[in-house]
Unconditional design. Structure first.
Length: 94
């Protein structure tokens, strides 16, 4: 997959794309398990860049505080990239 990711992660496939960015299925090469790599999409033409970055960081802080079996666990922030652990019951739609 042609996605730049931190060296310890191997991006496998695009899972979805939305107004703020994209989510990729990836392998954590250190821990040996699947993760979701969420990437905020920013370009020079992006409107409200600072607001988007602030919203992305707010999402990270909110998820980091939540501890529940039905909520994904945030593993590590990487600048504007975050890695989220996939739910064990995760499956691709048809």
């Amino acid at each position: 997959m042609d996605v730049a990711a931190p060296a310890r992660y191997e991006a496998i496939e695009l899972l979805g794309r939305g107004g703020m960015g994209a989510v990729y299925r990836a392998n954590d090469l250190v821990r040996g398990h699947a993760v979701a790599l969420k990437r905020l999409t920013l370009t020079e033409e992006t409107k409200h860049r600072e607001e988007r970055v602030a919203l992305f960081h707010h999402e990270y802080r909110t998820l980091a505080e939540l501890k529940h079996p039905r909520v994904i666990e945030v593993l590590e922030p990487y600048g504007l990239e975050w890695l989220h652990e996939l739910d064990e019951k995760y499956c691709l739609g048809r």
